[in-house]
Design a protein around this ligand. Structure first.
Ligand code: 0O2
Ligand code: 0O2
Length: 231
């Protein structure tokens, strides 16, 4: 009996998460498509690479407990069940990505959180955008919320490290780790500032020696999804 009940619950979650899975899949393709278009035109792409994930059921349940969110309010109150991350090379690219997102007709920005100008006390920096995104399912159209985090490679490196340490120490960092995280956050910020000063040179060099652009010139592999971006 218990087995039947938990099986039913699992199926309910699956059904609930399906549109989010579809959303992440569609948005990954669309956002990577933007990069592809820039590359085809031999222009600097403000998007370096894109990742995405659907929040796990455990993670959703944890957030529900932590914030006393009722089941019927999950879709509205947990905005990052569908989560996309856009990594950019230069801080200025963040604004270009934002412009691109704002002019799209297939999504509507409903919230923005600028943790780049307003760094979190942890040292975390990133620009968060919450969108409404309509997905077409066999039951009709369903609009879901998705969170897009936009950050530079340096911000991403720091956030990844901090996230791992947070997992290990559950937010209670030993003093030394805390200090080193502060130092690394400062270094990540300085790295972004330094490359900002020579970004035009870097962009030019990358366009000159970009094997992808050369390949496009001889018309090879343009439509293959597997080579949509380079490190
Ligand atoms: P995941 O999937 O592990 O990344 P919240 O932080 O969720 O309580 P809010 O206002 O709902 O607050 O969302 P916010 O702060 O705009 O965005 C939350 C997400 O931003 C987090 O997701 C992280 O991905 C990221 N983030 C926010 N603060 C930090 C931080 O100090 N360090 C790191 N590494 N990432 C941060 P989750 O929920 O942690 O999920
Ligand atoms: P490749 O050619 O291996 O790089 P999917 O993206 O759907 O194929 P998945 O598992 O959902 O697969 O990937 P996710 O988590 O959305 O994104 C991971 C992708 O981000 C992988 O690309 C990684 O290579 C890429 N990635 C992660 N970190 C970096 C990084 O620091 N720099 C760059 N340029 N890419 C990174 P793929 O798709 O597996 O392709």
């Amino acid at each position: 009996m218990l087995g039947e009940r938990s099986c039913f619950v699992v199926l309910e979650w699956e059904e609930f998460l399906d549109p989010y899975i579809q959303t992440v899949g569609e948005l990954k393709i669309k956002l990577r498509g933007i990069r592809k278009q820039f590359r085809k035109q031999n222009r600097h792409s403000p998007i370096e690479f894109v990742t995405g994930r659907v929040k796990s059921v455990e993670s959703i349940q944890e957030k529900m407990l932590l914030r006393s969110i009722k089941e019927e309010n999950i879709a509205q109150d947990i905005q990052d069940i569908a989560g996309l991350r856009i990594m950019v090379q230069f801080v200025d690219d963040v604004d270009d990505v934002l412009d691109l997102l704002r002019q799209r007709h297939d999504m509507k920005i409903v919230q923005e959180r600028d943790y780049i100008r307003n760094m979190k006390p942890s040292g975390y920096r990133s620009y968060h955008v919450v969108i409404e995104y309509p997905v077409d399912t066999i039951q009709g159209q369903k609009t879901v919320l998705a969170e897009i985090q936009i950050r530079t490679l340096a911000m991403n490196f720091w956030a990844t490290i901090e996230h791992s340490l947070n997992y290990k120490y559950k937010g209670e960092f030993p003093q030394e780790i805390k200090q080193r995280l502060e130092t690394t956050a400062k270094i990540a910020y300085e790295l972004d500032e330094e490359v900002r000063k020579i970004r035009e040179d870097i962009r030019e060099a990358q366009l000159l020696f970009d094997p992808e652009s050369r390949k496009l010139n001889d018309g090879v592999g343009n439509s293959d999804d597997t080579d949509e971006y380079y490190r």
